[in-house]
Design a protein around this ligand. Structure first.
Ligand code: HEC
Length: 122
């Protein structure tokens, strides 16, 4: 009789913990969700360069439309970040929004702002 009770309670416990585990299963997030990147993992090469290359490289590069300032490498992008031009152009209509009439996504702007606040990790 004692063994039966023990087996029964083990069964009940394992069934219940199964339920609880399923109930608190987190909602799946897509791996591309940049909001979830931890601050200490943000770097120019991993997170900022792809955004700049894709959204600014078509104009601000000597081999494309050749428009200054060039934004082709860490030093050039950091320079524009340090003097405040990078942030003012990606956020503000005035004097001009970059990319022209095609603003960055909020998560991209947020990443760039974080990168600047972290003093431009390379
Ligand atoms: C379609 C082409 C194009 C794209 C894409 C583009 N720009 Fe520009 N950008 C320009 C032009 C043209 C100017 C010069 C505008 C002027 O001086 O009137 C300019 C000027 C700038 C300047 C100088 C502004 C100043 O006041 O000195 C910065 C900084 C800049 N862009 C940043 C960016 C960034 C960052 C991106 C991407 C997020 C970007 N641009 C994407 C065309 C582009």
């Amino acid at each position: 009789m004692k063994t039966t009770t023990t087996i029964l309670s083990v069964l009940i416990i394992s069934v219940c913990s199964g339920c609880v585990k399923n109930a608190i299963e987190p909602v799946e997030t897509t791996p591309t969700n940049t909001n979830t990147i931890a601050d200490e993992n943000i770097t120019y090469n991993k997170n900022i360069k792809p955004i700049i290359d894709q959204n600014c490289g078509g104009c601000h590069h000597p081999q494309t439309l050749n428009i200054l300032p060039y934004l082709t490498n860490y030093e050039e992008v950091k320079f524009e970040a340090e003097n405040g031009t990078l942030v003012s152009t990606i956020f503000d209509e005035n004097p001009r929004l970059m990319p022209p009439s095609n603003p960055l996504l909020n998560k991209e702007k947020k990443l760039i702002t974080k990168w600047i606040n972290l003093y431009y990790p390379k």
